[in-house]
Write a protein of this length. Sequence first.
Length: 258
Amino acid sequence: MKVLAIGDVVGSIGCNFLREQLAGLRKAHGIDLVIANGENSADGNGITPFSADYLFKSGVDVITAGNHSFRRREIFKTFGSEPRLIRPANYPSRSTPGSGVCTLDVNKNKVVVINLMGTIFMENLDCPFKTADRILANAGSDAIVIVDFHAEATSEKRALGFYLDGRISALFGTHTHVPTADECILPRGTGYITDVGMAGVIDSALGVRVDLVIRKIKTKMPVRFENATGKCKVDCIIFDIDESTKKTQSVNRLTITG
C-alpha cells in the first residue's frame, strides 16, 4: 500500500496548487491513501468547512490538524460530523469537538490514522506518548497505523518515532512547514520523517508574506499576517507499506513545484 502524506497546506493558494497536482501524483505513484495536514488551509489561518471540503474534493482522503485546529469556530461542527477530519487526539476528549483517530478501509486493509500534537514549545496537552499507547491498545494488530505528529521540537518528534517504532507503520511530522532530510525506515520497520514541509508559496516565510514577518520580528509590534502569493510547491512523502507485515518497505520524499 502506498500512502502519500502532505505537509501543512497554507491558504487558498496552497489548496489550489495541491488540487492541480494531486491527481497526477496519485496516478504517477499508484497512491492508495492521501493524508494532508489542513490546519492552515483557510486564508488567514485555521481551517473552515469550505477549505476542508475543498481538500476532500481535490482527492485528499484524511485531513489532520494541529494547534490551529479550532482557530475558526465555524469548523467545530464539521469536526463532529466528518470522521475523515481529525484533530490531535491528546486534546481533552470531553471538551474538544471531533476525534483524533480515523479508521477506514483501504484495499481491504484496516487503516488507522492518528493525529497527535507535541507539548514542547506548544500547548500543554496530554502526553502524546501516553495518548498513543492508549489508542494503539485498541487499534488491533491487524491495522496499518499512520501517525501525523504536529510538533515544534525535532527532538520530541524523533523520540516519538523511536518510541512507536515497530508498533506503527509510519510517522510523519508536521507544523514547521520546512521539510527535513531525515526520511528513513527506523530499525523495527516504521517509516519516518521529522517534518514533511508544506503546500504553499515558495518565496514566503512558512507561507506568509516575508515583509510582514520581518516587520513583526524587527518591531515586536502586532502585525496582521497575510498569505504570500507567487510560485508554489507541494512537499510530500510516500510510504510504501507491506500489507502483510504492516511495516514500511520504502520511503520517498518529493517536492513538486509549478
